[in-house]
Design a protein around this ligand. Structure first.
Ligand code: NAP
Length: 266
């Protein structure tokens, strides 16, 4: 029996990339799975590819937080409970501060931060009632450091750490866990879907993302961190430059600050 067998896991951003890879890994581990994102047809494709019966589709737009109470009730109704919520859906950004509109900053905060807060608040009473539950939060290395052309994204990801560290400190007594995951570069559509300065789709595969860590291996590391009840983990290439940047942020922040000034965004 695997850790996830018969556990109900709700994944947002399950129509692509890391979320999609998580679905396939969880199917192998015989979890009860709920998959969310905006695009129904992509969720159908993921379900078909997983070739696994215990998958329920629940479309959800992360900017429509007024629907979250209803969506959460629906999610619980599929299997009678939710054990783990993987907050994963999100968008990135490729633009300089001086050119980025305030709308883009607000959009990133809405999708990558406020939606996580709102969905957490919608399901928290369920976890508290059952005295068990786990939030897994896909942050980023950008949740710990800041580099050129990621101001809105890094701000939203940094905010997640503040919110979820506080939540963990409040709810641990009720047997509710919070695991924050910081992926490095993972090979997905994230750079294609990222927003430009004026909010258009970037439509370019970044060099670092193209050469990134495979999403299936990332998913395996994410599930291991959830299973082990970790507070915060890095996932991605071992000893890659993103890993190194996180170590430097911790131990030599001034050296890192000087290095990132010279970074050419790819
Ligand atoms: N790839 C990386 O290098 C990397 C590194 C660090 C962190 N991350 C994080 O990993 C998470 C997943 O990203 P990914 O790399 O897998 O990128 P991706 O392939 O672009 O997937 C993004 C997912 O988020 C969903 N999404 C976007 N906007 C949404 C909205 N308004 N409402 C509902 N769902 C929405 C998309 O589904 P729909 O379009 O169907 O709605 C899609 O399923 C993100 O939080 C990202 O910040 C990625």
């Amino acid at each position: 029996m695997t850790f996830f067998q018969n556990k109900t896991v709700w994944i947002t951003g399950a129509s692509s990339g890391i979320g999609e890879a998580l679905v396939y890994e969880l199917a192998k581990q015989q979890a009860n799975i709920i998959i969310s994102a905006r695009r129904q047809e992509e969720l159908e494709r993921v379900k078909k590819n997983a070739n696994y019966n215990n998958i329920n589709i629940l479309t959800l737009d992360l900017v429509e937080s007024d629907t979250f109470e209803t969506k959460t009730k629906e999610a619980i109704s599929f299997y009678g409970q939710v054990d783990v919520l993987i907050h994963n859906g999100g968008i990135s950004q490729r633009s300089w501060v001086k050119e980025t509109t305030l709308e883009v900053h607000r959009k990133l905060m809405e999708v990558d931060y406020f939606s996580y807060v709102a969905l957490t608040k919608a399901i928290l009473p369920h976890f508290q009632e059952r005295k068990i539950g786990q939030f897994a939060v896909i942050s980023s290395v950008m949740g710990k450091i800041g580099t050129p052309m990621r101001s809105a994204y890094a701000a939203a990801k940094h905010a997640l750490h503040g919110f979820f560290d506080c939540l963990r400190a409040e709810v641990w007594k009720e047997n509710i866990k919070v695991t924050i995951i910081c992926p490095g570069y993972i090979r997905t559509n994230v750079s294609l879907n990222a927003l430009t300065a004026t909010g258009e789709k970037n439509n370019q595969l970044g060099e670092d993302i193209g050469a990134g860590f495979p999403a299936d291996k990332c998913a395996q590391q994410v599930l291991k961190a959830i299973k082990n009840g970790k507070n915060e983990v890095y996932v991605g290439k071992s000893f890659g430059k993103e890993w190194l940047a996180m170590q430097m942020q911790r131990f030599f922040p001034n050296i890192l600050a000087n290095l990132v000034k010279k970074q050419v965004p790819k």
